[in-house]
Ligand binder design. Sequence first.
Ligand SMILES: [Mn+2]
Length: 327
Amino acid sequence: MAQTKTNERTTEKKPLTAKTQPGRNARPVSLIYVPLHLGGSHRGASMGPAAMKVAELPERIKALGFAVAEEIDIEVPHSVCWWDNETQSKCVPEIYQVSEAVADAVEAAMEAGNLPITIGGDHSLAIGSIAGAASYYRKHEETFGLVWFDAHGDINTPDTTASGNVHGMPFAVSLGLGDEKLVNLKGFSPKVPAKRSSLIGIRDVDPPERDMITQTGITAFTMKEIDHLGLGRVTDMALGAVGADVNGIHVSFDIDVIDPDVAPGVSTASRGGLSYRESHLALELLAESDLVRSIDIVELNPAFDVRNKTAELAVELILSALGKRIL
Ligand SMILES: [Mn+2]
């Protein structure tokens, strides 16, 4: 194919230099790759970690001035469990197995003093990453807040789901609601209280999820609030709601929170999302809080991407979350 000059062309090599700001709590990074698709309906999500490697994620983190302490590839079982449409939550045994491995990797990274970044893969992996972080804080008698970016609520349970897809349930599971086996991962529940949980960017919410959001009492910001107040203010409000008295924050970032014009490479795109700059701003502000201790970047689906531009964006967003700044 002839190379044409177009602003779609994002595959050129950029110089591996950047303004660095490893903050005063800078930690070496643990990269945990989870090629998981069993929580959703699109197998391409399993290619997310590979696309992030193509976009030079570890090299760019190092160029920012951070050490990459380890890179871990989590094994995902080969299964066709999603073909079974009778169950209310598909592939739970397989997702449980992956969740255990992810939880152990995240907790071990935090015990080692590292910052775990879990790369998806579909959002059901957050069941494991949040369990791992929660287990760390629990053992150290510390508290943490959860800031979740998503177009969707991800707060379904086996009783409310229309699809049976577990990637629509990880927020509920982390609050202690849903499949008993998943809820009790690591032997305790809930992983995080609703009062320390925030959900930002929603615009595609199932009717039962509306009730869940209200009943649980999490702090939710829809796209309407973001349009009205601006994402800078909304991020500050989310930090105020969940982060006032915590030792750390877990950021679970679903790339589908971004508008599909900017980030087409996701499994479940929804119009009317964050702009390119808004998505960076949110993570820059969270980095400035110096509270971010663990991160998920999920739902990258290279099968729907255009010239790997969504993977490139996801890498940039991780750099912003680590404290990359313009000046
Ligand atoms: Mn999600």
